[in-house]
Design a protein around this ligand. Sequence first.
Ligand code: SF4
Length: 143
Amino acid sequence: MKKVAISACLLGRACRYDGRENRDNALLEKLEGKELIPFCPEDFCYGTPRPTMDLVETQQGIKALSNLTGADLAAPIVAYAEAFFDTHPDIDLFIGKDRSPSCGVCSARLYDREKQLLSEGATGLMADVAKGKNIACWDAEKY
Ligand code: SF4
C-alpha cells in the first residue's frame, strides 16, 4: 500500500495557526486506499493557535520569521521534518497544504527583508526536506 505523508489540516485536524482546519474532501477521495500519515510541524513546534510566520530571503539563506517577534522559527520545524522522515523511511508521496511556509511544495510565499513579495512559488520548510529525500511532492490543490 502506498504511504502518503499529508498535512494534517487537510484531513480536518484543527491545527492551523488560527485553530481552524483545511479539510479537503475531494483530495481525500483521490487518496482513498492509500495509507495516510499526517504531520503538522507548526503545531508540534509552536502549538495552536500560534502567531504566523513568513519565509524571508536573507544573506544567510531563507529564514522563517515570526510575525510576532521577528525570531527565526525554522530550525525546530526542519528538525521535526527530519525526525518524521527518519521514522517513516518508506513514504511514497508527500502532499502539503499549498501556500504554507512549512508545507507548501511550489506555492509558498517568499519575501525580502522589507516584506516585498519575491515569489509565490517557493518551497516550505518541511516540503523542502521531503524534496531533499527525493520523495514525490505535490501541493494539495495541484494533486
Ligand atoms: S499547513 Fe502544515 S503547518 Fe500549517 S496547519 Fe497545515 S499541516 Fe500544520
